[in-house]
Design a protein around this ligand. Structure first.
Ligand code: HEC
Length: 161
């Protein structure tokens, strides 16, 4: 029986180590992208109130406070649960589809495949947590949850002196 040359064995070991590092790099990059792209501002309850000082274990669990506007009332999805049910390929598709306001989906659409995959791997690395966010509600239908009104108001004209 022929034995494998030492160099081949070494190559396999190094290639494997490199692969593991690449996987960890993607998770780290995903964390960085989530943190700097503002996903937590809406998808993590209480994040803005504590200047972003929440452990990653509490990130992206969705919100039960709605955003209400001409589109009805929408709730930031629980991404920790949503991404558990998607393959990487499904995520790449979903991340580029239109979503209701105020989700800045047109920004998400512009991420490279590589960065979207990094976000996916990071969110999946956190594991599932929390409850699904409430279903979106059509315009004009009252909601039982608290909500933030997303409608510009015009200040009354101030009389000139
Ligand atoms: C200004 C608030 C806001 C910000 C910032 C935001 N989102 Fe959202 N997101 C929402 C809302 C509201 C919804 C629900 C929209 C709907 O019902 O169609 C949503 C929905 C989504 C969905 C759809 C989930 C599903 O179940 O299909 C994904 C994916 C998503 N957001 C990812 C992100 C990522 C990634 C970021 C950061 C790059 C981000 N969002 C930033 C508010 C926001």
């Amino acid at each position: 029986m022929k034995t494998l040359p030492v160099s081949a064995v070494l190559f396999c070991l190094l290639a494997h180590a490199g692969f593991a590092t690449a996987g960890q790099d993607a998770v780290e990059r995903g964390r960085y992208l989530v943190q700097t792209s503002g996903c937590n501002d809406c998808h993590t309850p209480g994040y803005m109130q504590v200047d972003g000082r929440l452990p990653t274990s509490q990130w992206l669990t969705g919100a039960a406070v709605g955003f209400q506007g001409p589109w009805g009332t929408t709730y930031p999805a629980n991404l920790r649960l949503a991404l558990q049910d998607m393959s990487e390929a499904q995520w790449l598709q979903r991340a580029r589809q239109p979503m209701a306001p105020p989700m800045p989906w047109f920004n998400l659409r512009e991420f490279s495949d590589r960065d979207l995959v990094a976000i996916y791997r990071f969110v999946r690395s956190l594991g599932p947590a929390g409850e699904p966010a409430p279903q979106a509600v059509a315009p004009g239908i009252p909601v039982a949850t608290p909500y933030i009104e997303f409608v510009p108001k015009q200040a009354a004209k101030v009389a000139r002196q």
